[in-house]
Design a protein around this ligand. Structure first.
Ligand SMILES: Cc1cc2nc3c(=O)[nH]c(=O)nc-3n(C[C@H](O)[C@H](O)[C@H](O)COP(=O)(O)OP(=O)(O)OC[C@H]3O[C@@H](n4cnc5c(N)ncnc54)[C@H](O)[C@@H]3O)c2cc1C
Length: 473
């Protein structure tokens, strides 16, 4: 690492210890207060309910639910099934890629997050039968349940990008921060690009994906690193977005577009990556456009609107590439009959739950939250933090034979890191209206803020490991 890189990182590290200590204390307090606020005195009250609870997936949603339910239920019978030895703080992958976190800072042993008394089946679920109320694991174990919490997260479909796989990430300088090792390979490559110069091509993907802001963040951090090193003029940066807009939350979009414009990052919309030639350093893409035309309709004898979709393939050369694989619900979920069968959420198998109660629309003994839930909001752990008290309270009501009465408003938060020191903290609800948490609500949060950087840089990781996963927020 050269002097200017060290200086950038040092600047973002000031008062580290103080902030971490304050973060943990703050997180615990805010967590308990907010959780208690959601559920009133019930946060501290146990309930005497019966039934075998199976939690599939022990990530952000699963471990937090296990902690909450085992605290609330007097004699809990909870099984969690997850193959992973490690609990990852995935938002930290972006910071590994940008050289802010060391890889070992973003994970802890999974065993530390399995609450006492909860049975941990260290295996993968391969089949789920909601009629017989049973899940089958890869080693042939059958797990019978009365109530199911379905939260196995997202499946990264590497095979949908030709020419590269999870194992070959980094080859031909093609990188992906959605993978722990991939994020680690990104950082030295980004250092090289911002030292030597060249063309950096940044892309995202056309399916719903975890933290839609993440691919944009690494693009802006690369640009800032080059400016800090004084090499910006030797870099051409392009962002190929798969959607028709860079970001679709109107309160925050104008500033984000302005930043891309001010920093001379070329933006192209409606572009999807289909393959990469890592030898030639070429990325294959398609531009998807839709045109509306008025045409004569024989049947009605009048003019009607007709949509024409056009797909135009094209190729771009790059020196450095950042890409994102298409994503979906895990295969066993898609095959279980629990996914949406119509509408926008059907294609990738997201779980068919009521968007407010998070209860399955056909099977009232199933709750789904987190990335695999078929709800029209962003897939972030910040969203899960707000889903947790709702899912917990509703499951307990269902177990008591009551109707689920708690409602989630779609709150999601995406802290879009705009440079080494600022974050555009996008907080919004199902209607894409800003839903800003105090004390940020006293600032104009349509702009990037230093305070939001402090939150992201110093508070959120300790909050995740010490408060959220322990069931305190
Ligand atoms: C690069 C990146 C940046 C991000 N940035 C942010 C951010 O800034 N802010 C934010 O809030 N969020 C961010 N996120 C998103 C956040 O990490 C996810 O939304 C969150 O982790 C989802 O939680 P989950 O419990 O649904 O899934 P996960 O945390 O992914 O957990 C799923 C668990 O299920 C297990 N599992 C999978 N399949 C099976 C199976 N068949 N059987 C049993 N277990 C199974 C897995 O082993 C895993 O432990 C980011 C994510 C990435 C990758």
């Amino acid at each position: 690492m050269n002097t200017s890189e060290k200086k950038v990182l040092w600047n973002s590290n000031i008062s580290r210890r103080t902030f971490i200590k304050a973060g943990i204390a703050g997180a615990a307090t805010v967590g308990v207060i907010s959780a208690a606020g959601y559920q009133g005195y019930e946060f501290f009250k146990t309930v005497d309910v019966k039934g075998r609870i199976l939690i599939i997936g022990g990530g952000a949603a699963g471990c937090s639910m296990a902690a909450r339910l085992s605290r609330r239920i007097e004699h809990p019978d909870i099984t969690i099934v997850d193959p992973s030895d490690r609990q990852f703080y995935q938002p930290g992958f972006t910071f590994i890629a940008a050289g802010i976190f060391k890889p070992d800072e973003v994970w802890r042993p999974q065993k530390d997050y399995i609450p006492q008394g909860v049975k941990w089946v260290k295996d993968v679920v391969v089949a789920l039968d909601p009629v017989k109320q049973v899940a089958r694991t890869s080693q042939g174990e059958t797990l019978q349940y009365d109530f199911l919490v379905l939260c196995p997260g997202i499946q990264l479909n590497w095979d949908k990008v030709e020419g590269i796989s999870q194992k070959t990430l980094g080859q031909g300088n093609a990188h992906c921060i959605y993978d722990f090792e991939g994020a680690q390979k990104f950082w030295p490559a980004m250092q090289e690009l911002t030292t030597k110069g060249g063309r950096g091509v940044f892309t995202d993907t056309y399916t719903k994906h975890k933290c839609g802001g993440a691919p944009k963040k690494v693009c802006m951090l690369t640009e800032h690193m080059a400016r800090k090193k004084g090499t910006r003029d030797s870099l051409r940066l392009d962002y190929f977005c798969s959607e028709k807009a860079l970001y679709d939350v109107p309160y925050y979009t104008p500033r984000l577009l302005q930043i891309y414009d001010e920093r001379n990052i070329n933006l192209s919309l409606n572009c999807r990556v289909t393959g990469i030639d890592t030898q030639a350093k070429r990325v294959y893409m398609e531009r998807h456009t839709t045109e509306k035309q008025q045409v004569w309709d024989e049947a009605t004898g009048g003019m009607i609107e007709q949509e024409t979709k056009t797909v135009t393939p094209f190729v771009e050369d790059y020196d450095f590439l950042s890409f994102v694989p298409p994503q979906s619900a895990p295969d066993f979920v898609k095959e279980s009959g629990l996914s949406w069968t119509e509408g926008k959420l059907a294609k990738d198998g997201w779980v068919m739950v009521d968007k407010e109660t998070l209860v399955h629309l056909l099977y009232p003994n199933i709750i789904s939250l987190g990335d695999c839930a078929g709800i029209p909001t962003s897939k972030t752990s910040a969203a899960i933090r707000k889903q947790l008290p709702i899912a917990e309270a509703n499951l307990l009501e269902i177990m008591q034979g009551k109707e689920p009465s708690h409602k989630y408003n779609g709150y999601a938060c995406c802290p879009i890191v705009t440079d080494y020191g600022h974050v555009l903290l996008c907080e919004f609800d199902y209607d894409k209206r800003p839903d800003i948490t105090f004390p940020f609500s006293i600032q104009d949060m349509s702009q990037e803020r230093r305070t939001a950087w402090m939150l992201k840089r110093y508070f959120l990781k300790p909050m995740y490991f010490h408060a959220m996963l322990k069931g305190y927020m």
